[in-house]
Design a protein around this ligand. Structure first.
Ligand SMILES: O=C(O)CC1=CCC(=O)O1
Length: 92
């Protein structure tokens, strides 16, 4: 199943810079693991924002929730999920 996921990151100023850097490095490693496995086929920066639009390819709502909730930045993100279905006019 495909899901469009919008993530907006907001790390509070109260989080020390070194801790923020550690969380971002962990996020990068985890996201690249999921990209390599095919579960996170698209990751796009929103121009001018600390936000991204992503496409996840996972088996179920539960798997997506489990995956997203393990993101190191999860406590600092607003996440919006849109389930995707095949468009009848799509040639792919
Ligand atoms: O920077 C972001 O948009 C949040 C994020 C997702 C994967 C990653 O490495 O950072």
């Amino acid at each position: 199943m495909l899901y469009l996921v919008h993530m907006v990151v907001n790390i509070p100023a109260s989080v020390p810079a070194e801790e923020a850097a550690r969380i971002k490095a962990a996020e990068k490693a985890y996201s690249q693991q999921l990209q390599e496995s095919g579960q996170w086929p698209h990751l796009w920066r929103v121009v001018g924002e600390y936000a991204n639009y992503s496409v996840f390819d996972v088996a179920s709502n539960d798997e997506l929730h489990n995956t997203l909730s393990q993101l190191p930045l999860f406590p600092y993100m607003q996440i919006t999920v849109t389930p995707l279905a095949k468009h009848p006019s799509s040639i792919r």
